[in-house]
Design a protein around this ligand. Structure first.
Ligand code: SAH
Length: 457
């Protein structure tokens, strides 16, 4: 194999997209190069930055001949920000990439020969879909106050008050907060020294109700002239909650555990398919509500409920899926680790007059085994919607013991989903259907629902 060295520039044809949306090319000698911002079909000049024996990471220097699938990326900071890894790829090809990622993971990791994929459900307009944004605040090199996004894998802020994935109102909110900080000399938090006050600005919008929450994450327990900030924010139509989240830790975890209401409510409300949801700043809520309705609709279809079933909703958050299921099931039980989310879940059930649900706070890997051993937990259908790391082994083992007819697996990380599917497969379950739903247009993130059925012996 030819020798490559750091800082060497080479020409390369890009033939594939990697897990994080990076372009992958191979030299004639079979040496692999990963190139951020390059797309399949591009011919590029790259500078090798980090060189290993079999592969290297290259920086895109020039596109010599663009891929036919390239489109103009409309955001001015797309490359620097790195949040939209696929912005320069046509939306149709983005969808094909996501579906293929799930298929390949099921084949390679899940050991499924021919995954039964149904066509991906794409978005009508893959922009302005996010109902939540967290903007870090800091100084730029000239000492000006900025808010924006961390550049990929770093903690330097790319200024951007109008991310095209987020709500249009974000800009006005950021302008208002930053102008207030400038006027009263309120410093942003400095990660290096641990000094300064404002760390992040968290904004959540209820797309169907129009309600807006602004939550400032502060390194302290109050802000100077809080009332003035709240009064200015109230002028924005829909403003429903102005909150402070207290985070005094030297950590890169964004939110602390304590929240104080400066003005208005301590939460906002949103609606999905006719059900109202109360959402606190600390609770997980799907960021793309329009596609969420389609995702949950698909999960419900796969659950194939008749009205009699006992269903467990594991990793239930504020009970969104639980309440969708409850309308068609006999009884639903939800499990979730964050106490505030379970408080929201219980209130959401009451708010909607849904009585056949019950929620448990705790780690799923502890609650399920305990419920199985102490209370003889049973379930006809189990729905799981775990975080990216997938299901804990104890969760899967308990599900296998409980032996439901069907498992509906909702996943935001196909690799861990495929790993779990394999374990369930060894326990007597088979994948019946798989459907991707695009929740995260312009990015490499992929969501899917899998119907897993108990095999009859
Ligand atoms: N089903 C919900 C939430 C899915 S996100 C919805 O669609 O809105 C995953 C959820 O799992 C989050 O709410 C997170 O707080 C929760 N979680 C993470 N680790 C957990 C664990 N070990 N046990 C139970 N819940 C957990």
């Amino acid at each position: 194999m030819a020798e490559y060295r750091k800082n060497q520039e080479i020409e390369l044809g890009i033939s594939a997209l990697g897990n994080e949306g990076e372009g992958i090319g191979r030299t004639r000698e079979g040496f692999t190069v990963f190139v951020k911002d390059a797309l399949p079909g591009d011919r590029v000049r790259v500078k090798l930055m980090k060189v290993k024996k079999q592969y290297a990471f290259g920086r895109l220097m020039e596109i010599l001949c663009p891929s036919p699938d390239r489109v103009d990326a409309p955001c001015s900071c797309a490359r620097a920000c790195g949040g939209c890894q696929l912005q320069a790829l046509s939306y149709e090809k983005q969808l094909a990439y996501k579906e293929n990622k799930v298929r390949q993971d099921l084949i390679r990791i899940g050991g499924i020969e021919n995954p039964p994929m149904e066509p991906i459900i794409g978005m009508e307009i893959p922009w302005r879909y996010r109902n939540k944004a967290q903007f870090p605040v800091g100084w730029d090199k000239k000492g000006r106050l900025i808010a924006g996004f961390y550049a990929g894998r770093t903690h330097s802020i790319v200024p951007q008050r109008d991310c095209l994935l987020g709500a249009e109102v974000n800009r006005r909110i950021l302008d208002t907060v930053l102008a207030y900080m400038e006027q009263y000399g309120i410093p942003p938090y400095d990660e290096k020294t641990g000094s300064g006050l404002v760390r992040h600005i968290l904004i959540r919008c209820g797309f169907s109700t129009g309600e807006i929450m602004v939550c400032l994450v502060v390194n302290g327990d109050r802000l100077p002239e809080e009332g003035i900030l709240a009064a200015r924010l109230q002028e924005i139509p829909g403003m429903a909650a102005v909150l402070l989240n207290i985070n005094r830790e030297r950590t890169n975890v964004i939110l602390g555990e304590t929240v104080r209401t400066v003005w208005g409510k301590s939460y906002i409300t949103d609606m999905l398919d006719g059900i109202s949801f109360r959402i606190s700043p600390l609770s997980f809520y799907q960021i793309n509500p329009r596609q969420t309705e389609k995702l949950y609709g698909q999960a419900l279809e796969y659950a194939a409920l008749t009205g009699q079933e006992t269903v467990w909703d594991v990793y239930c958050g504020i009970g969104t899926i639980s309440l969708f299921l409850a309308r068609r099931a006999g009884r639903v039980r939800g499990v979730e680790i964050i106490p505030q989310a379970i408080e929201d879940a219980r209130r959401n059930a009451a708010l909607n007059g849904i009585e056949n649900v019950e929620f448990f706070v705790g780690k799923a890997e502890e609650v399920l085994p305990e419920q199985y051993e102490k209370n003889g937990m049973r379930a006809d259908v189990v729905v799981v919607d775990p975080p990216r790391k997938g299901c804990d082994r104890a969760v899967l083992d308990t599900i296998l013991k409980v032996a439901p007819q069907r498992i509906v697996y909702i996943s935001c990380d196909p690799a861990t989903m495929a790993r779990d599917v394999k374990i369930l497969g060894e326990g007597g379950y088979g994948v019946e259907k798989v459907r991707c739903v695009d929740m995260f247009g312009e990015t490499c993130h992929t969501e899917c629902v899998v119907l897993i059925q108990r095999k009859h012996i």
